[in-house]
Design a protein around this ligand. Structure first.
Ligand SMILES: NC(=O)c1ccc[n+]([C@@H]2O[C@H](COP(=O)([O-])OP(=O)(O)OC[C@H]3O[C@@H](n4cnc5c(N)ncnc54)[C@H](O)[C@@H]3O)[C@@H](O)[C@H]2O)c1
Length: 433
């Protein structure tokens, strides 16, 4: 394919060299004359493992050249990759000036082109940018999106230092576009890349890089805080994290990664508190570990607020224990929600097939005596009676019985766990989706 690359920095130069190696005809575009000259003498614009040999290969096979003339680049190619920088502005916001300038340039060039052109955004951009780039190109070129041209979001996942290898072996390829033909062209382009291709909503493709990098940053800080605690206790932190990473059922796994309700139960809150208190006693600052509990409490308050916002007073709770299949209510976050609402005079009823007052013993019983002394009058042992009565239904854990609940027209559902079968209901609110 004939491909132009806008922006010959880390992402653009690596993409250009790798695509040339796969046999594509590449034209690089940059505002920097120095970078253009480098490429035109067969040199890389960046220092990276393996890039010099690839640039040399592409240059010698006449597959790589560069220009400052964006018109020429667009007219002589079928696809333009946008790889320009998206730095932070002085006040910390994302600066999309270079993206929009490039869209402007492509739009201008398209006024002189009569064949379909594909624009691929590789740079890291906020949700909504793909749409805006399409609007700009339409406005400048007078052409029609998804007919004369299309815009695909295809975030780049490479890391500097191993960029060539990362480009050639990505964990996955993410594509988002409102034009199916554009997706087919991109699939053809990546057909030799040994990685799954995920076609997703444009906004998913746009936000994923921010989610990835924020999580990577969190991993670094988490490991460092654990390292600091271990060091003061003369424990080998690298050994601790090695063992931590070996658990790929709960630690390095999709488990716990579903946006939903707050965490609770007898272990997570207790052990988190134990570790942060231990750090405190060692005079260690662990701001990330400390922030976990704050964030969890905020999430519980968000549920209370969501229920209050409905303006209704008859609230039916589906689930009282901290997860399905147990009667454990110790640190069950929904107990805090119910306690707060009951205290504010709401009429509350609860269905939980695992909770029976007569069977409660020990700490589990004292939680209820302390927080919900009137539980007896709230518990409902028939789900259909609860659903007939409530104005608002709050679902706090996943149980298959809730999938087939009969919902009365107008009834509000506040789902804390995402029961997919209920999502089509008229007044359905997912907590964080
Ligand atoms: N560096 C990385 O490891 C990495 C990895 C993945 C994604 N990203 C994202 O990719 C994007 C590019 O990052 P980078 O590190 O390659 O940036 P970079 O600063 O190294 O390169 C950007 C290039 O764009 C050029 N440019 C600016 N305006 C232009 C225009 N109108 N026309 C043509 N060229 C223009 C600049 O001269 C520069 O050479 C950013 O959004 C970044 O967040 C970077």
């Amino acid at each position: 394919m004939n491909i132009s690359i806008f922006g010959l920095g880390y992402v653009g130069c690596v993409g250009m060299a790798c695509l040339a190696k796969q046999g594509h005809n590449m034209i690089g575009v940059d505002v920097s004359e120095e970078k253009v000259n480098r490429v035109n003498s067969g040199q890389s614009t960046i220092i990276e493992n393996g890039i010099d040999a690839l640039m040399d290969y592409g240059f010698k096979h006449n597959l790589i050249r560069a220009t400052k003339d964006y018109n020429e680049a667009v007219l002589k190619t079928d696809i333009s990759f946008i790889c320009v920088g998206t730095p932070s502005s002085d006040n910390g916001h994302l600066n999309l000036e270079y993206i929009y300038q490039t869209a402007h340039e492509i739009g201008e060039a398209l006024t002189k082109k009569n064949t379909f052109h594909l624009v691929v955004i590789r740079s890291t951009v906020f949700p909504g940018t793909n749409l805006k780039v399409g609007e700009l190109i339409e406005e400048i070129s007078g052409k029609k999106r998804n007919s004369d041209f299309a815009v695909v979001s295809n975030p780049e996942f490479l890391r500097e230092g191993s960029a060539v290898s990362d480009y050639m072996n990505p964990p996955l390829t993410v594509l988002g576009s409102s034009f199916p033909i554009a997706i087919e062209i991109m699939k053809e382009l990546y057909k030799n890349t040994n990685a799954p291709i995920e076609v997703v909503d444009i906004e998913v493709a746009e936000i994923i890089k921010y989610v990835n990098n924020s999580y990577h940053a969190l991993k670094v800080v988490f490991a460092n805080e654990i390292g600091n605690i271990c060091k003061l206790l003369s424990i080998d932190s690298h050994e601790v994290m090695r063992i931590f990473c070996m658990d790929n059922q709960l630690n390095i796994s999709p488990y716990y990664f579903k946006p939903g309700f707050a965490f609770g139960g007898s272990c997570l809150p207790k052990d988190l508190k134990g570790l942060t208190t231990l750090a405190h006693d060692l005079y260690l600052s662990t701001p990330v570990l400390n922030a976990i509990d704050d964030s969890n409490r905020k999430h519980i308050r968000q549920v209370i607020h969501q229920i209050e916002k409905t303006g209704k007073r008859k609230i039916g709770f589906c689930g009282l224990s901290f997860k399905a299949g147990t009667d454990d209510m110790r640190n069950s976050p929904i107990v805090n929600v119910i306690e707060a609402l009951y205290g504010k005079g709401y009429d509350v009823r609860i269905f939980d097939s695992n909770v029976s007052l007569s069977r409660l013993i020990g700490k589990n019983k004292s939680v209820i005596t302390e927080k919900l002394p009137h539980l007896d009058s709230m518990l409902q042992d028939d789900l259909s009676i609860l659903t007939d009565w409530a104005e608002v239904l709050v679902i706090s854990y996943k149980d298959k019985i809730f999938k087939s609940m009969s919902i009365i027209p107008g009834q509000i559902i506040i789902d804390l766990v995402r029961i997919e079968e209920l999502e089509s209901c008229e007044n359905y609110y997912g907590l964080c989706w």
